[in-house]
Ligand binder design. Sequence first.
Ligand code: FMN
Length: 174
Amino acid sequence: MKILVTYWSQTGNTKKVAEAIFNALPETKFLKPFNEVQSLEGYDLIFIGFPVMQFGPHPEAKKFLSGHAVGRKIALFVTHAMLSGGENPKQEIMLKRELDKCRAACSGSELLGLFHCQGELSENAANELMASNIPMLMEFAKMLPLTIGHPDQSDLDKAKVFTGTVITAFLTHG
Ligand SMILES: Cc1cc2nc3c(=O)[nH]c(=O)nc-3n(C[C@H](O)[C@H](O)[C@H](O)COP(=O)(O)O)c2cc1C
């Protein structure tokens, strides 16, 4: 079984999750950012990671998924600023919509699973969000303190469990 973990990451959060997934995989495995992937030919299973940006998958992710992933067995890992643990019901609903958009971007692929966790908003990212003048994005900027430290060890441990679940699904249905 030949497995690729590939990702797009602006500030390093999604990359951290990519490394945790990669470390939890059995051989034979490869870890590459999107820009080092020419084709998915020859890989049996591909883990694809990216952040949520402006309420949906990052544009680079949409391009990668539609350009390379159609007809492939894939699993997604996604980072975001939104809270997902029931602390904020409004954000939970919005997050659900964002994740649905991530799933929709995989149409034509065989999606074996989706992992998501919070990713820390960098100071620069928060400034970028404030400058957007989009009220909901400006709201995110204020969330910076609630995102600090993510993905944390608990998030990475969950990513490891997710990896095992995907491998089991692949071996069972593959
Ligand atoms: C311009 C911009 C837009 C963002 N939009 C959203 C969003 O709509 N929803 C959300 O939950 N997080 C949003 N975020 C937060 C990022 O998804 C989060 O910080 C992510 O972990 C960044 O991943 P990276 O470090 O791999 O680049 C946004 C961040 C930036 C900079």
